[in-house]
Design a binder for this molecule. Structure first.
Ligand code: SF4
Length: 450
């Protein structure tokens, strides 16, 4: 928690708990909220940040680790699922203590993540409403955008932010706090006026965290592909990239000034057109002698991994490589967007291995439980990845509103995906059917563990 006392409006920014059957901290940070914090601070607002997920019990070598978790009652709609349900992040008593120690805010911003985590968001809003009766609450983030009507109806927030840039949030906050926008210091080069565009010079306010085991960075926003299961094209209209040298400047800032050893890239499309983006970034990182472990939890595009890119990934310090392959089935590849084919995949693995990675270090995401997908397709994909010399990693499909595949998922699913975001949870295998059952899923997972 961080708080600078000044006479300008005081904005409380909170990242809520995760409520789910399982959660692991793969370098999770509320990047959007941290950009907003930075922009507000830049413009003279007082800010307090509380990240409910910034409470980790066990940190591994690269900064990832287990969240603290509190077992909670399972939502009645999910009672039939034979797994425990937990609230991940800061213990409730500790949160209450923090809230009781801060000055009454003028406005509160709450972020949100996956659609099916909304119970943690609602609980948080209920708690802060009890503490701070006067302040309006703005709810933003992924759930708020993807399930806007649901959030308006049930969240308890005064305003649900339906998407836009950080500058749009700043304008909204300025209006709501009756702060004369003319008196604000606008750094026009710091933030683009284009909707969903990305800041070049303004860094997210990671310095508000007491310990920085890792930071996250984004060099771009959006993705030029339109995979049918992915919300990226809906969440970000267009594809925006930062100046490569500014990106390196940010990496250097965190590594030099804060001794950060681990940086996770949050890009959806880090490697697209590498000659004008990724390659100059990594060449400069190497040239400046920046040492850091880099991670790509969001997966990188396989098609772009040629000899040079693979070499820069390895020499640049990328330790966690995740490839978005999804399926070796040609029909599925084409129907879902055509981002990669099997030949490109084999080539990429070859380049990565030549560069120095072992097969065990190359994690390949395989999507399971797509609407109508047969278990045999997944088995074939696992065998194909193994045979190519990499490590298959199963990712359960989560139906996401506003994606093309959501319509098919609604027809196939036994759950009411349209009206209940809890059923988007990939842990319940929302599109299970006779051709792909929960038992199939467990067996595949078990086999991969061996
Ligand atoms: S390539 Fe990746 S980020 Fe882009 S639309 Fe497809 S799944 Fe989404």
């Amino acid at each position: 928690m961080f708080h600078v006392k000044q006479s300008s409006p005081h904005i409380l920014l909170i990242n809520p708990w995760i409520t789910d059957f399982a959660a692991y901290n793969f370098w999770i940070r509320p990047l959007g909220l941290l950009y907003i914090a930075s922009l507000l601070r830049e413009n003279g607002f007082q800010i307090t940040l509380i990240d409910c997920l910034g409470f980790q019990i066990k940190t591994k070598r690269y900064g990832d680790g287990k969240f603290f978790k509190t077992k909670i009652e399972k939502p009645s709609l999910l009672k039939s699922i034979p797994k425990n349900y937990s609230q991940y992040g800061i213990p409730e008593e500790m949160l209450l203590k923090r809230l009781s120690n801060i000055e009454e805010p003028d406005l509160i911003c709450v972020s949100s993540g996956m659609t099916y985590w909304y119970l943690g968001v609602f609980k948080l809003i209920e708690i802060i409403r009890r503490f701070f009766k006067k302040a309006s609450i703005i709810l933003g983030g992924i759930y708020a955008i993807l399930c806007y009507e649901h959030a308006v109806k049930y969240s308890g927030a005064n305003i649900v932010f339906n998407g836009g840039s950080e500058l749009d949030v700043l304008k909204l906050i300025s209006e709501l706090t009756n702060t004369d926008i003319q008196k604000l210091h606008f750094n026009d080069s710091a933030i683009s006026h284009k909707p969903s565009a990305i800041s070049n010079d303004l860094f997210p306010a990671f310095d508000l965290y007491p310990n920085l085991d890792y930071v996250c960075i984004t060099t771009s926003r959006g993705c030029p592909f339109h995979c049918t299961y992915c919300a990226s094209p809906f969440l970000t209209k267009g594809f925006f990239r930062r100046d490569p040298l500014k990106v390196v400047g940010e990496i250097e800032y965190w590594t030099n000034r804060f001794q950060v050893n681990n940086i996770a890239f949050y890009d959806d499309a880090l490697l697209i057109e590498p000659s004008t983006h990724f390659i100059p970034i990594m060449k400069e990182v190497i040239k400046r002698g920046i040492y850091c472990n880099f991670h790509t939890p969001n997966a990188i595009h396989i098609r772009e991994i040629d000899e040079e890119v693979a070499d820069l990934l390895f020499r640049g310090g990328f330790k966690t490589i995740r490839l978005g392959f999804e399926s070796s089935n040609k029909d599925t590849q084409i129907e879902t967007g055509g981002k990669v084919d099997n030949q490109e995949f084999r080539q990429a693995i070859k380049h990565l291995k030549r560069a120095g990675y072992s097969g065990e270090e190359i994690g390949v995401y395989i999507m399971i439980g797509l609407p109508g997908q047969r278990v045999g397709e997944v088995e074939e994909s696992i065998a194909f990845v193994k045979e190519s010399g990499a490590k298959p990693m199963l990712v359960e499909y989560s139906p996401i509103p506003h994606t093309p595949l959501f319509e098919k998922a609604k027809k196939m699913s036994q759950f009411d995906l349209e009206n209940e975001p809890l059923f988007h949870n990939n842990s319940i295998l929302p599109c299970q059917w006779d051709g792909f059952t929960v038992a199939d899923f467990k067996r595949l997972k078990e086999e991969l563990r061996r």
